[in-house]
Design a protein. Structure first.
Length: 307
């Protein structure tokens, strides 16, 4: 049986910086009670693991500034509809609120294959985003206005889920102006099985903890691209503790196991019988977890993307 493996494109090398311990950083961010989980500060902390050189305070201040402008545009006593319209305006419409530089979809890298394009600081600087950075900025600005927002997912896609005061949910597609999008549209544009929907893998409103854990997947993307596979596994296992239905993280953990098997064993010992006895337990553990991760993802309805 071949090793399950999903390749992640290697990102552009970063400037030299003092690295943080990824697993310890992610663990500490997610260790606090739900009531203390702050989307903005969590996102900036995760981004800082990838690039410690960016100014987190300035990035946070820019989010606050956009929220302040949106609040003013919505007006005193604004209802949710007015607040949502104001968030859309400060992000997507040219004006003093965004320095006459509105935000738009980055058609050159729509999936954020370059991991640094998923960083909030990159999005704020370039005004070009993807299906990770765009929903997160909308979420951060809207939440600061008192809107009940979270994240949801489709295959290789993240979007915003709004819940109104009556408990009704609405999808908001931030790569297209932050406007409402029907669930059927997602199923047509990004085919997914009924099992994947029923299991909660896709199209489910994530809890605050699950949404923060989803933000941490960018750290795992970065580590996979850097070929730091053991660290990627450690981060992935923490993510799964807080979002156990994250099949893509399962796949990345399984892929990292496959890479470790290749570099530590396959390239050195073409025949598994040649593996020294003292090393066979690790080989068996990596092989078992590789299978388990892909099997668990497939049980949730995950399917490998088709070209």
């Amino acid at each position: 049986m071949g090793l399950g493996l999903l390749l992640v494109e290697r990102p552009v090398p970063a400037a030299v910086h003092q690295p943080l311990d990824p697993a310890e950083s992610v663990r500490s961010i997610l260790a606090v009670p739900d009531s203390q989980l702050d989307y903005a500060r969590a996102k900036l902390a995760f981004d800082r693991i990838i690039d410690t050189s960016f100014n987190a305070d300035a990035t946070f201040a820019e989010v606050e500034r956009l929220a302040t402008h949106a609040t003013a545009l919505a007006g005193a006593g604004a209802n949710d509809a007015a607040k949502l319209a104001a968030v859309r305006r400060v992000i997507y419409t040219s004006g003093a609120w965004n320095g006459n530089r509105p935000f738009s979809y980055d058609l050159a890298d729509p999936l954020g294959q370059n991991v640094r394009n998923k960083l909030l600081s990159t999005y704020l600087a370039t005004r070009r985003g993807n299906c990770v950075s765009m929903p997160i900025l909308f979420l951060l600005v809207g939440e600061r206005m008192g809107l009940n927002l979270s994240l949801s997912t489709a295959p290789i896609h993240v979007f915003v889920r709004y819940t109104d005061p009556a408990g009704r949910e609405m999808n908001l597609e931030t790569t297209s102006g932050g406007h409402p999008a029907r669930t059927l549209w997602y199923r047509q544009q990004m085919p997914m099985s009924d099992r994947a929907v029923a299991s909660g893998l896709y199209l489910r409103t994530l809890t605050r903890r699950e949404a923060v854990a989803l933000m941490a997947t960018t750290v795992m993307d970065f580590l996979m691209g850097e070929r730091r596979y053991q660290e990627a596994i450690e981060v992935g296992e923490i993510i799964l503790q807080h979002n156990p239905r994250d099949a893509l993280t399962m796949v990345h953990v399984g892929s990292a196991d496959a890479e470790l098997m290749r570099t530590e064993f396959v390239e050195r010992y073409p025949d598994p019988a040649l593996i020294p006895p003292a090393m066979r337990a690790r080989y068996a553990m990596l092989a078992q977890r590789n299978r388990q991760m892909f099997q668990a993802a497939e049980a949730l309805g995950w399917e490998e993307p088709r070209n």
